[in-house]
Design a protein around this ligand. Structure first.
Ligand code: MG
Ligand code: MG
Length: 277
C-alpha cells in the first residue's frame, strides 16, 4: 500500500544517529526482559521501559501515537495477543508468552524493536511448543534481514521470511514491517510473505523495521474493543520479533541489536557492516 510512496534514504551520518536511537530501544527492551517474571504487571514493565528512555534523554514514540492515542511506551501482547497490546493491570503468569514492542526517538530519529519471551514456570521449564514458536519467529526475522541487499528487490525479505516459516506456523499477513527514520512508520511497507510484485530495488540509505508475527494456529486476527490490541481469532498463541535495520554502502547494520546483528547474521553467512563513529 505504501510501497510506491517516496522512500527516505538516509546518509551514513543519519544512520549513525539512528544507531543511537536503536541502542536506547535495545536498552529499554533489555531492562524489560530483566524485569519479566510471574507477578509483575504489564504496566510495571512499561514503566521500566519508560525510565530507560527518559534517562537516555529520548522520547517514547508509542505514547500518544494514533487514534485512539496509544496510552503507553510499549506494546505488551500476551499469549493469544499478537501485537499492539496495551500495558495495564494484567499480571504476568508462569508460562505466558509475552511480546514486548518498544520505540524511541533520539535527536529526531526513531528506533523500533520487539522480542517475545516465554515466562518460565517455578521449576525453570517452559512449554517447548511455546519456545519453538518464539524461536521460529525470531529466526524468520533474521532470515528476512539477511535478504536485505543493495540491488535486490524489497520483496526478497518477505520471501525469505515465508520460506523459513514454511508450514510450521501461521504467518500473520495483516501487519508487516515498514520504513523508519524521522517517522516511526514510513514507506515502504515490508510484507512478511512473497508476492508477485517484488517491489522496488533496495539501495544504500534504506532503513526498515523487519517484524514477522507467527501464530501457533490460524493466523487470522481481530482487533479488540480497546481499539488497539490485535489477537488471534482462534485463541492460539502468537509471537512477534522486530529489529530496525540500515542498508548503507558497506552492507547492513542492525540498529536495534547491541552487536549490530553480528552473531545471528553471521550464522546465516552474512557479515554485518557497523559504521565507525
Ligand atoms: Mg515495533
Ligand atoms: Mg514496527
Amino acid at each position: 500500500m505504501l510501497g510506491r510512496d517516496r522512500i527516505q534514504y538516509k546518509t551514513t551520518d543519519q544512520i549513525r544517529l539512528m544507531r543511537k536511537a536503536g541502542l536506547v530501544v535495545a536498552d529499554a527492551l533489555d531492562a524489560v526482559r530483566a524485569a519479566l517474571r510471574p507477578g509483575v504487571t504489564t504496566k510495571e514493565l512499561d514503566a521500566v521501559a519508560h525510565d530507560v528512555i527518559r534517562s537516555a534523554g529520548a522520547v517514547p514514540s508509542f505514547l500518544g501515537y494514533g487514534h485512539p492515542p496509544f496510552p503507553a511506551v510499549t506494546c505488551i501482547s500476551v499469549n493469544e495477543e499478537i501485537v499492539h497490546g496495551i500495558p495495564g493491570a494484567r499480571v504476568v503468569r508462569e508460562g505466558d508468552v509475552v511480546s514486548v514492542d518498544c520505540g524511541a526517538i533520539l535527536s529526531g530519529w526513531h528506533g523500533d524493536s520487539a522480542f517475545t519471551a516465554v515466562v518460565p514456570r517455578a521449576d525453570g521449564t517452559v512449554d517447548p511448543r511455546d519456545a519453538d514458536l518464539s524461536a521460529v519467529t525470531e529466526s524468520s526475522m533474521w532470515h528476512g534481514i539477511a535478504a536485505i541487499r543493495a540491488g535486490e528487490r524489497l520483496g526478497e525479505i518477505g520471501g525469505a521470511v515465508e520460506d523459513h516459516v514454511a508450514d510450521r506456523y501461521g504467518l500473520v499477513e495483516d501487519y508487516g514491517g515498514h520504513g523508519i527514520g524521522t517517522e516511526m512508520h514510513q514507506a515502504p511497507h515490508v510484507l512478511n510473505y512473497r508476492t508477485r510484485d517484488k517491489g522496488p530495488r533496495m539501495r544504500a540509505g534504506l532503513c526498515v523495521a523487519i517484524e514477522p508475527m507467527l501464530a501457533a494456529g490460524d493466523p487470522a486476527s481481530r482487533e479488540l474493543a480497546d481499539g488497539w490490541t490485535v489477537a488471534t481469532r482462534d485463541g492460539g498463541k502468537a509471537a512477534h520479533w522486530e529489529h530496525s535495520v540500515a542498508l548503507h554502502d558497506g552492507g547492513i547494520w542492525v540498529l536495534t541489536a547491541r552487536d549490530g546483528g553480528e552473531a545471528a547474521l553471521g550464522a546465516l553467512g552474512v557479515k554485518v557492516a557497523p559504521l565507525a563513529d
